[in-house]
Design a protein. Structure first.
Lengths: 120, 638
């Protein structure tokens, strides 16, 4: 009896733990109120695309981005502006090989994601 | 004690010696002193204008001659100024009163209005019927004000490190090939070669001072020897720019210097972080190499795909789509309908293509897709910044292919072959969950961009010293001088992209609606995108490459032959033929070209025909689930 109880308890806690691991925290975004519903949707789509690209190509050096944890550095507005500019004029290829290869749309997606990401 | 004395004297001697051989600040001093010289010369010119009575022709001539002196003075600094701050440079020696900078590093910004001032505009102003003293003063005053930019710490601090020198020198060489010998900013053509000579000698001094100040990263001896040869050549050439051997100058002197400079840029591991030359490649060894600069991302959404096997599959899908009328609303029209791959990806039979409904024709001529990747803006009015945007627009334009995003994706995905291919490709774009129009247009642009990588006999002559028809060489020399072509069609692509190749230029030529010049073409051109006084009837400057095979010419296809086209320019464009074109950017007086000279120009244009390997169209198109779609024909029906 006790054994069964223990097994059940163990499996429940395991499930809970797994769930904890697999549910990724949804990123919240700060979009100003005056943005129309359609544009808000477009911006959100852009941000989500940027998030995927960031995770794949930027987080290796810039921040920890693991299960359930969003460890992206809190870039300041000026830092993001600088990234945007340098990305478009050509990043230093020694350090930013991937960014240099991105299309301007992809750069835009990453930068939009960083700009609108809600910082806790 | 003795030993101490010996050591001490040795130290003193060494210190003295180092002062003699090394002059760490000599380079910076040269910049500062030349800048100060020019500033005081400009102030004297301003003084002279203030005291002058401009109604007197001799006083105007005296001012003109001071302007010429000051231009030569400016040329001693051109090497730096043009590289450090091109926007402020336009106040010193701008070619036009207003220019719309249509493409800058920040791709998503609207065009910037740039006002010019300075010596060139002052000289042109002197020729006006009424010359007002205060207006003339203002032009020089503005140039003096803008010099403050070049005195600022943010600019002069660059002089302390070697990187800027190599990059500025590379730009200088590119300007030598495309700007300095054509009269681009020099209205008095008798001054072009004298200015060139004094500039070349002034740059030699810059090199010497640089090597004294930066002994750890000197400019190579090989380069300096080659530069001396260039100096000798330029000094021995005639003073008239029409008699100057532009071809030999570029092939035998400027281009070899460019190769040496690029090698040093790579050796020193220098990468530009400047807004001006970000488009330039460090790996290219000739100005006429097509990798010189990047202006379009041909891969689009597949930018991060590197695997050659996948890329070749994308290209294959792109080719099928290029010929597939499934992209149009009625499944009867493909990209190849108007951009005929057998006719240099344009349509040489029609002035302008048929409308989608077959009811009349479109307003503009189909441009060739070959070398379209070497523009920053696409379409004749520069509406799009990317090739992918252009392709999307054509597919969705009701007068062209008349389809919609959803419809195209649905129809394409109804074909099993496309479906398998794109399902695979979408895995390489993890940010996109489903196949979209972006995947489709990116495959198409990636396919046709390949045809822009071929070379012409003229390139072979420049790159590899191959033999070329001497008539074509004479034609090139005319193109660069008397015929005034190269002031808008810049080396090396002979399109509207000038060094440092970061923007596309627009010109107002006064193109007539008909060959009899009865009236001006009504098409407003760039005005539709960027409404401004200067952009009315302006069109993006196209390439001269393959011109022998891409007729008819102009935005409306009004000219059918190269002869008609040259006659148009020779006659001073629309304004030269009596049409009312107040903002024409082409000089309205005749070029006075002889029949022989026109033939030579045509021979040069023919030498720009690229040896392209055209492909056969695909034998069939992928079958669809929808049987109605399976009757579609390769390349479409009209």
């Amino acid at each position: 009896m006790q054994k069964t109880f223990l097994t059940i308890l163990l499996s429940i806690s395991c499930c809970l733990l797994f769930q904890q691991c697999f549910t990724e925290k949804k990123t919240a975004y700060d979009i100003p109120d005056h943005v129309t519903k359609i544009n808000r949707q477009l911006l959100l789509e852009k941000c989500e695309k940027g998030k995927v690209l960031y995770k794949l190509h930027c987080s290796g050096c810039h921040g920890i981005f693991t299960k359930g944890k969003d460890g992206i550095p809190n870039f300041t507005k000026i830092q993001i502006d600088n990234y945007h500019t340098t990305a478009l004029i050509g990043m230093d290829p020694k350090n930013h090989a991937v960014a240099k290869k991105m299309s301007s749309e992809q750069i835009d997606q990453v930068v939009t994601f960083l700009r609108l990401r809600k910082i806790n | 004690m003795k030993i101490l004395l010996v050591i001490l004297s040795l130290i003193i001697a060494a210190a003295c010696f180092s002062f003699i051989t090394r002059n760490p600040d000599g380079y910076r001093q040269l910049y500062n002193s030349r800048l100060a010289d020019f500033k005081s010369a400009q102030q004297q010119l301003l003084q002279q204008i203030r005291q002058a009575d401009l109604s007197q022709p001799d006083q105007r001539d005296a001012i003109r001659s001071t302007i010429h002196q000051n231009r030569q003075n400016l040329k001693t600094l051109d090497f730096w100024l043009r590289y450090f701050e091109p926007v402020a440079y336009r106040k010193l020696n701008g070619p036009l009163p207003v220019e719309w900078e249509t493409e800058v590093f920040e791709k998503f910004e609207p065009p910037y209005k740039r006002k010019g001032a300075g010596l060139t505009l002052a000289e042109l102003y002197l020729d006006e019927p009424v010359v007002r003293n205060d207006s003339l003063q203002a032009l020089i005053h503005e140039s003096i004000d803008s010099l403050a930019t070049f005195e600022a710490d943010s600019i002069t601090s660059q002089l302390g490190s070697f990187e800027h020198f190599f990059l500025a020198n590379r730009m200088f060489l590119l300007n030598l090939s495309g700007i300095y010998t054509t009269g681009f900013e020099c209205p008095d053509t008798t001054q072009i070669i004298p200015e060139l000579r004094s500039m070349l000698h002034a740059v030699k001094t810059i090199y010497t001072r640089y090597n004294e100040s930066f002994p750890q990263s000197p400019i190579s001896q090989e380069y300096l020897l080659q530069y001396d040869k260039l100096l000798t050549f330029a000094d021995q050439q005639p003073l008239a720019y029409s008699a100057f051997d532009h071809f030999g100058f570029i092939r035998d002197y400027v281009n070899p210097l460019f190769r040496l400079m690029q090698a040093q840029i790579r050796d020193h591991n220098i990468y530009s972080a400047n807004y001006n030359d970000y488009a330039l490649s460090n790996d290219c060894n000739s100005i006429f190499d097509k990798s010189l600069f990047i202006s379009q991302n041909t891969k689009g959404i597949f930018s991060l795909v590197e695997d050659p096997a996948v890329l070749s599959e994308i290209k294959k899908a792109g080719k099928l789509l290029f010929y597939d009328p499934i992209l149009s609303g009625n499944n009867k029209r493909s990209c190849a309908s108007c951009h005929k791959p057998t006719e240099y990806f344009t349509d040489t039979t029609l002035a302008t293509a048929l409308r989608f409904d077959g009811n009349g024709n479109l307003p503009r001529n189909t441009p060739s897709l070959i070398n379209s990747i070497f523009n920053h803006l696409s379409m004749l009015d520069g509406k799009h910044i990317s090739l992918q945007g252009q392709a999307r627009d054509v597919i969705q334009n009701p007068d062209e292919m008349n389809s919609t995003e959803q419809e195209v994706v649905k129809k394409v995905m109804s074909c099993a072959a496309y479906k398998t291919a794109f399902k695979k490709f979408v895995k390489y774009t993890p940010e996109e969950k489903t196949v979209s129009l972006s995947h489709i247009v990116s495959a198409i642009t990636y396919y046709y961009a390949d045809f822009s990588h071929y070379y012409s006999p003229f390139d072979d002559a420049m790159n590899n010293g191959r033999q070329i028809d001497p008539v074509a060489v004479r034609g090139f020399n005319l193109f660069m001088s008397k015929a005034q072509c190269a002031t808008c069609h810049f080396v090396p692509h002979f399109n509207g992209v000038k060094p440092p190749y970061i923007g596309s230029e627009f010109e107002v030529l006064g193109t007539p609606a008909d060959i009899q010049y009865k009236k001006l073409s009504e098409d407003k051109g760039r005005y539709g995108i960027n409404p401004a006084e200067e952009t009315l009837h302006a069109f993006r400057t196209g390439t001269v490459r393959n011109a022998a095979f891409t007729h008819p010419y102009m935005h409306n296809g009004v000219f059918r032959t190269l002869e008609e086209l040259i006659d148009f320019y020779d006659g001073g464009g629309g304004a030269g033929r009596g049409l009312n074109v107040p903002n024409q950017t082409l000089a309205s007086d005749s070029l006075k070209l002889s029949a022989q000279e026109k033939k030579e120009l045509i021979a040069f244009m023919q030498s720009l025909t690229e040896k392209i390997n055209f492909e056969m169209p695909p034998s069939g198109l992928p079958p669809s689930d929808n049987r109605l779609l399976n009757t579609r024909k390769v390349g479409g029906e009209y």
